[in-house]
Design a protein around this ligand. Structure first.
Ligand code: XMP
Length: 526
């Protein structure tokens, strides 16, 4: 098989919130791509040698001189270029057309019709007499196309909604083909990637797995590898992948920090254990460590969220290091780092991402333990990780599990974490999740959980007065977890969950539903 990376697109980021979405959609067409900032290094660009380039949208205006522009080196590559929104505007401005600033934004659905025969616009289903639905989000617009270009589509408010120079293979669309509101937007991206750029489309789950297995084998040889298995999607998929790649050379360490959800330890042991179907298929060695006491000792008296996160993160490192050192001759540490993590840390080095909360992972461990890193998911988006998890035979319930933060219930118990609070929270959370699954709502929300509020409120159950703590329910809908809105769960459903929690858990007097959006709130409460 040829290398599945030898054909690839470059996604140039001008700062749009949709840049990662463009990359995900291109990958869905079966074409590998990577995201880099617009000021990409020319030498790196030559080495990267993409088959085509897509320019993202962005928040700036090309009508000002100081705003980002496309590097000439990219145009010099001579490969097809597709500019989306700001990307189209900067192409227009740089190649000799004109862009007009507009105070009024056009935001939302629009109908495009074709002005000229065009493979891209045709793929949307738009012709000169029938229109196609697209999604717009822009202020400025192109008012004159550069020499050599023709206008290929228009909307009622944007006479130049798309343009192209098919001789030079340079294209621009004012709308956003990457968002699902643009009907057939994926068809447009597929035409660009497969037909115009000529890519093969062999970036598939099966090929990704085969490629990852070959790479891991080559990287670690006969060495022993250790993996921190958390029960989350990423580490589970790494475990399944490595089990295929290197089998007995892998040992998974599962740390019970006392901050897990109800039955979580059991579920992980069942999902991967010897007695499960998967356990038989994957010869996984799992070492479970009960470190509950150690974590609670370190958390005693801590109230500040960042202090709690640090304590949990550091204790995890201590425990994990101790356990890994007790294994014979481990040389490699496997991690479930995924592509958005890589982009995020590149962005923070670049200076355009700020840390709102310190997210906990095993940062620092490889250096401390002098271990090499094995990161087989480093190139993958979450949906790709899920896809290969399914192909590797992991259960759907695990693969489509809502995310769970590294510090676990530690950041869902406000203030000091106490074992009795965790016990109550675990039960309340389990009721919420059970009812969501029961009502077929679990997959409709991106993340749902209960939060423990150690404030006292009065309730009455039967004839007795109850003076106990409060549980908050949180459910959000989001695409990227950077922004989110609270899920509009049916009122009857929320009421049902609240009743069950109050009736079944004597230590809870009241249940509330969190309707905050992110921003300004965050998804977790700490
Ligand atoms: P926030 O609360 O920042 O959460 O809006 C965004 C997403 O990140 C998850 N999260 C974490 N994940 N370690 C993690 O691995 C953490 O410390 C952490 N904090 C938040 C959160 O559950 C949500 O999915």
């Amino acid at each position: 098989m040829h290398d599945i990376h030898d054909q690839r697109l470059l996604i140039v980021d001008f700062g749009s919130q949709y840049t990662q979405l463009i990359a995900r959609r291109v990958r869905e067409c079966g074409v590998y791509c990577e995201i880099y900032s617009y000021d990409i290094d020319a030498a790196f660009l030559r080495e990267f040698a993409p088959q085509g380039v897509i320019l993202s949208g962005g928040p700036e205006t090309v009508t000002l001189g100081e705003t980002p522009r496309l590097a000439q080196a990219i145009l010099n590559l001579g490969v097809p270029v597709l500019g989306i929104c700001y990307g189209m505007q900067t192409l227009a401005e740089q190649l000799g057309g004109r862009v007009q600033e507009s105070a009024k934004r056009e935001f939302g659905h629009a109908k495009v019709t074709a002005e000229q025969p065009s493979a891209l616009i045709g793929s949307l289903g738009a012709t000169q007499i029938s229109s196609a639905d697209v999604w717009m989000s822009h202020g400025d617009k192109v008012i004159e196309v550069p020499p050599g270009f023709v206008v290929t589509a228009s909307t009622s408010s944007a006479p130049i909604a798309a343009m192209e120079d098919s001789d030079r293979h340079i294209y621009g669309v004012q709308f956003h083909p990457e968002v699902t509101h643009t009907a057939n937007g994926n068809a447009l991206l597929a035409v660009f990637a497969l037909e115009i750029c000529g890519c093969r489309g062999d970036w598939t789950a099966e090929n990704i797995i085969e490629d990852a297995i070959a790479n891991v084998r080559e990287q670690v040889g006969d060495d022993e590898v250790v993996l921190g298995l958390s029960g989350g999607v990423d580490s589970s998929v790494v475990a399944a992948l490595l089990a295929r790649a290197i089998g007995e050379q892998l040992t998974c360490v599962f740390v019970d920090n006392g901050l897990l959800r109800l039955d979580e330890r059991n579920e992980v042991e069942m999902a991967f254990g010897k007695d499960s179907g998967i356990g038989n298929a994957l010869p996984l060695k799992i070492k479970t460590v009960d470190a509950t006491q150690e974590f609670y000792q370190k958390l005693a008296g801590l109230e500040d969220p960042e202090d709690k996160r640090k304590a949990i993160g550091n204790t995890f490192i201590d425990v994990f290091e101790r356990e890994a050192k007790a294994l014979p001759a481990v040389k490699w540490l496997a991690q479930g780092t995924i592509y958005p993590d890589v982009i995020e840390s590149a962005a923070s080095k670049h200076g355009n991402a700020h840390v709102i909360k310190s997210h906990h992972n095993v940062g620092g461990l490889p250096e401390r333990m002098a271990l090499g890193l094995v990161e087989p998911l480093r190139e993958l988006f979450k949906d790709e990780v899920r896809q290969i998890g399914l192909v590797l035979g992991l259960p759907k319930s695990l693969v489509f599990r809502h995310p769970f933060p590294g510090p676990g219930l530690g950041v869902r118990i406000l203030g000091e974490v106490k074992p009795q609070y965790a016990d109550v929270l675990r039960r309340a959370d389990a009721i919420f999740i059970e009812e969501l699954r029961h009502a077929d709502l679990y997959d409709a929300v991106s993340q749902a959980f209960a939060v423990y509020l150690p404030v006292k409120s009065v309730g009455v159950v039967g004839d007795a007065r109850r003076y106990e703590h409060v549980i908050a329910l949180r459910a959000v809908e989001t695409i990227d977890f950077m922004t989110a809105r609270s899920a509009r769960l049916p009122y009857d459903f929320i009421e049902l969950v609240a009743n069950r929690i109050i009736n079944e858990i004597a230590e809870v007097s009241r249940v509330v539903y969190d309707v905050s959006s992110k921003p300004p709130a965050t998804i977790e409460w700490e």
